[in-house]
Design a binder for this molecule. Sequence first.
Ligand code: ADP
Ligand code: MG
Length: 230
Amino acid sequence: MLEIKHLCASVDGKPILKRLTLSVEKGQIHAIMGPNGAGKSTLAKILAGHPAYEVTSGEVWFKGQDLLEMSPEERAHAGLFMSFQYPLEIAGVTNRQFLEAALKAQKKEGEIEKKMAALQIPLEFLDRNINEGFSGGEKKRNEILQMALFNPDLAILDETDSGLDIDAIRIVAKGVNEMRGKENALLIITHYQRLLDYIRPDFVHVLADGKIARTGGPELALELEAKGYA
Ligand code: ADP
Ligand code: MG
């Protein structure tokens, strides 16, 4: 599904990712943990096609296509979904307009109200501008609503759990677990083991100094929680 080979990337001329290699197969959930500033969000933004990040060498293949040659729109159409660490507020576009337009563009049908109920998002949020005035937890649930509706082949969640209380984490985890299936994959970037109590990953990686420094199973997350990254 996703094949990252020796990826090197810089921002403002400063190298951040240093020969990062990672392979994600269909049906798998990978968690990426690691210290602040290691390059986790940089990796996520490069996969989404953020223009500020320059890939200096390496390859990224998504469903057999050269991801780095694709525009962000093409990536989304190909089935890549990204939930940002800091979801943007978008003035002038309501949640309803956005969700309906996005579903139409992807030729998908979605039961918006039903998914909102499952994620405990009040229906009146449909007619509010995207994320405008939403609390941190509401923004994150809104991201998971998009994910649940678009049913992507690969979803990348960048610290979707940060700032959430335990009930909100359970709701987010429920959304993820409902989407989880044989045909899709997830890359979950998180600082905390607690999300992984609800979403059991197949692999846990430590991203440190721009590369994958360690890989293990779910038990690695517990070990990191107990001992730290050192
Ligand atoms: P993480 O998500 O693992 O905490 P990031 O990928 O956000 O780390 O950041 C990795 C490094 O890249 C940090 O030193 C950060 O300051 C730097 N960095 C990230 N984005 C930018 C940017 N737009 N401009 C300058 N430096 C950046
Ligand atoms: Mg980050």
